[in-house]
Design a protein around this ligand. Structure first.
Ligand SMILES: [Zn+2]
Length: 611
C-alpha cells in the first residue's frame, strides 16, 4: 500500500476516546495513509484497543510502544512515531481529538500545490458540545491563506506573539521539515512540549493556515483540578521554555534582531534590570577557587524573580496531608511562614477594598488579598488565629448547601471510598473499576501522576464524577455502599458549621459564595446554572448574616453566561482559580488568583516577585 501520509496517534490511558480518534482517521476520504498507534505506556484498555485495530488492518495500522512499555512523555512518543513513519507527510492527532473526513485530502492538495510550504493547518473547533457545552471556532495565526515565511510565526504566534498557535492535531507537516529541526524536545514533559517543537519549526519553515475547520479539539475539564494544582508552576515552566529557546537561538547562531527583542521582552519579568549585570560583575571579581560556589549563589539569586504586582492568593485547606493529588493542603507551619512574609513585605487588603481600589487606580503594586475556597473547618481552626494575630484580612468562599449538609466534599469522600474500600472493585455507570489490594495509596503528593492501582482508580472515578455534576451525590452513595465505608465526616475534612461561621466572622474575616453545591457551572444546564448562582447569594447571606460581596467559580470553571449571572445576582466581583497578577483593566468578574501550594515563604516570595 502506498502511504503518502503517516498519521501518528500518541496515547496514554485514552480508552475513553481513542476509538473515536482512530475511526475519524479511518474515515478519511484520502486513502494513501498509514496509521501509527504509539502507546506511551498505557495501563488501561487502550493498549488492547490499539492492538485490535492493528490486528484488523495490519497493512495500514501499526502499534508501537517504548521498550519495556515505558511512559516517556508526549515528545518521546511523537519522536517514536516520527522515526517509524514512512510517508512523505506526517500528521499527528491526539487520542481525544477528531478529524473531519476531508482533512487529509484538502491538506495534501495544499502542500502539493505549494512546494515551498512545510506545514499547513486550519482554524480549530474547540469542541465542547460532546458534553453539552458550546463549540467555538478558533482561528489560527495572524493571517490566513497567505504563506507565512520562516521566522514570522515566531514573532506572531503564541508563546512570543499574541496570535493563536496551531493545534498539533490539525497540522500536516512535510516529514523533512520535522527531521530538519531534530523532532520533539524530550526534556519538556507536561508543558511546552509542542511549543518547543513548533518554536524550532517556525524559525525554519514556511507555514500556511486557512479558515477551514478540519479538526475538533476536545475540551474537557477533567484535568482542571490538576491544572489548578500546577497553576503555581506556570511561570517557572514558561521561564524554563524561554531560556531554553534563548540557548537554542544562540546555539544555531540566530541573529534576527526582532526575535531577540521579542524574547528579551518575554524574559523581562523574570530578570529585573541590573541584577544580571550585578551577578556577572560578581563572577568576574571572584578568584578561580570560589567561582563555582559564587556561580551557584548567583544562580540561586537569579531564579525566577518577577516584578511584584497585586495578587489574590487562593488557599483551600490548612493541614498536614499526605494524600493531596490536587495540592489543596498547606501545612500550618508553612501557612504561618507565608503569612508572616506577607505581613512584612506586602500590603494585605480585604478583597472588597482590593477590587474597589483597582477600579479607582489606587491599588498598591504590592497589594495582597487572601482567599479560601470551600469552607473547610480546618482552614478556620488553623488559619484564622494566624490571620487574626497578624491582622491580615481574608475571604472564605462557601458552597452554602454543602455547608448546611455538613458532609465531606465529594472529592474527599471519594478518597475514602476508593482507598478504604473492602471490595477489590467498584462499578460506576456500568463500568467496572478494579481497585486491587491496598498498598501505599495514602502517599500521593501534589501534582504527581497516580502511582498505585487505587490512586489510578481514584483519578478515573474523579474524572467521571466531575463530568456529571448533578449526579455526583447518588453516584457516590452507590459507590460508598459497594465499598462498605462509613459516611461520618472526618474532623479533618469536614466543612465549617453554621455556628463556627458566625463565630469566625469578624472585621477581618468575611464570606463569599462558592455556588450552592459546587458544580462546574459551564457543565450544567442554563436553568440550574442560574439557580446555583442566584440562590447562592441569599443562601450565603442567610448562613453568614451578611450580603456576600464576592463569588468564586467552583473549580475556577466559568463562561460568559455564568459571569453574566454572577453580575446580575448582586455580587460585586468574582474569582477564577488560575492566573497571576491583577491588572488595572482586569475584569472584576474574572479575577485571576494565584494558587498557593505547600511552600515555604521563600517559594511564595519567588511566585509573588521579590522583595
Ligand atoms: Zn472549590
Amino acid at each position: 500500500m502506498s502511504s503518502r501520509v503517516s498519521v501518528v496517534i500518541i496515547f496514554y490511558n485514552a480508552a475513553a476516546f481513542i476509538r473515536e480518534a482512530i475511526d475519524s482517521v479511518r474515515d478519511q476520504r484520502f486513502r494513501e495513509f498509514e496509521l501509527l498507534l504509539v502507546d506511551d505506556g498505557s495501563t488501561d484498555s487502550s493498549t488492547r484497543i490499539a492492538k485490535e485495530y492493528e490486528a484488523r488492518d495490519p497493512e495500514r495500522v501499526r502499534y508501537l510502544d517504548h521498550p519495556g512499555h515505558l511512559n516517556r512523555g508526549m515528545s518521546a512518543a511523537r519522536n517514536l512515531g516520527v522515526s517509524a513513519a514512512r510517508g512523505e507527510f506526517i500528521a499527528f492527532i491526539d487520542a481525544d481529538d477528531r478529524w473531519r473526513p476531508s482533512k487529509l485530502e484538502e491538506q495534501v492538495a495544499l502542500l502539493d500545490r505549494m512546494p515551498q510550504v512545510h506545514a499547513v493547518g486550519g482554524s480549530v473547533n474547540y469542541w465542547a458540545s460532546h458534553n453539552g457545552g458550546e463549540d467555538r471556532i478558533v482561528p489560527t495565526g495572524h493571517v490566513r491563506d497567505r504563506v507565512i515565511p520562516p521566522g514570522q510565526a515566531t514573532l506572531q504566534f503564541y508563546p512570543l506573539g499574541k496570535a493563536n498557535a496551531p493545534s498539533m492535531s490539525d497540522l500536516l507537516f512535510r516529514r523533512s521539515a520535522i527531521l530538519a529541526v531534530g523532532g520533539f524536545e524530550e526534556r519538556f514533559r507536561g508543558a511546552y512540549e509542542d511549543q518547543a517543537f513548533l518554536a524550532k519549526l517556525y524559525l525554519n519553515s514556511a507555514l500556511f493556515v486557512t479558515n477551514t475547520v478540519w479538526s475538533d479539539y476536545r475540551l474537557h475539564e477533567n484535568s482542571c483540578m490538576a491544572r489548578l494544582s500546577q497553576a503555581g508552576g506556570y511561570h517557572e515552566t514558561r521561564r524554563a521554555f524561554l531560556e531554553w529557546f534563548e540557548r537554542y537561538l544562540a546555539a544555531r547562531g540566530d541573529s534576527n534582531p526582532k526575535i531577540a527583542a521579542a524574547l528579551a521582552q518575554a524574559l523581562r519579568p523574570y530578570r529585573p534590570k541590573g541584577l544580571i549585570e550585578q551577578a556577572r560583575a560578581l563572577l568576574r571579581e571572584t578568584s578561580a577557587g570560589s567561582v563555582v560556589r559564587t556561580a551557584k549563589a548567583a544562580a540561586r539569586r537569579l531564579r525566577p524573580i518577577v516584578a511584584p504586582g497585586p495578587a489574590i492568593l487562593m488557599y483551600h485547606r490548612i493541614a498536614d496531608e499526605t494524600f493531596d493529588p490536587w495540592g489543596l493542603a498547606v501545612s500550618p507551619r508553612n501557612f504561618e511562614d507565608q503569612l508572616n512574609w506577607v505581613k512584612r513585605h506586602r500590603t494585605a487588603l480585604p478583597l472588597a477594598e482590593f477590587v474597589e481600589r483597582n477600579r479607582q487606580g489606587t491599588l498598591p503594586r504590592d497589594a495582597i488579598a487572601v482567599t479560601f475556597d470551600d469552607g473547610y473547618a480546618c482552614s478556620a481552626q488553623k488559619g484564622m488565629p494566624v490571620l487574626e494575630q497578624l491582622g491580615i484580612p481574608a475571604t472564605i468562599f462557601l458552597p452554602s448547601e454543602l455547608v448546611e449538609r455538613g458532609d465531606e466534599f465529594w472529592w474527599d469522600k471519594l478518597e475514602r471510598i476508593v482507598m478504604d474500600s473492602s471490595s477489590p472493585k467498584l462499578e460506576l455507570n456500568g463500568i467496572e473499576i478494579v481497585l486491587g489490594a491496598q498498598s501505599e495509596d495514602a502517599d500521593w503528593p501534589p501534582a504527581k501522576e497516580p502511582r498505585t492501582p487505587r490512586q489510578r482508580a481514584y483519578h478515573r472515578l474523579w474524572s467521571m464524577l466531575y463530568e456529571q455534576p448533578l449526579e455526583i451525590d447518588q453516584a457516590l452513595e452507590r459507590l460508598r455502599v459497594q465499598a462498605g465505608v462509613t459516611d461520618v465526616p472526618r474532623e479533618t475534612h469536614r466543612p465549617l458549621t453554621r455556628n463556627e461561621i458566625l463565630a469566625t466572622r469578624s472585621g477581618l474575616i468575611e464570606f463569599g459564595s462558592h455556588a450552592l453545591t459546587h458544580p462546574s457551572l459551564p457543565k450544567i444546564g442554563p436553568e440550574e446554572r442560574a439557580r446555583q448562582i442566584r440562590e447562592s447569594f441569599s443562601a450565603c447571606a442567610d448562613l453568614t448574616g451578611d450580603r456576600p460581596y464576592a463569588f468564586a467559580y467552583p473549580y475556577g470553571d466559568h463562561d460568559a453566561d455564568s459571569q453574566r449571572l454572577v453580575e446580575e445576582a448582586g455580587f460585586r466581583c468574582a474569582c477564577k482559580a488560575d492566573g497571576w497578577f491583577v491588572r488595572p483593566r482586569t475584569n472584576r468578574f474574572a479575577l485571576p488568583r494565584i494558587f498557593v501550594g505547600n511552600w515555604d515563604s521563600v517559594r511564595l516570595a519567588r511566585q509573588l516577585g521579590r522583595p
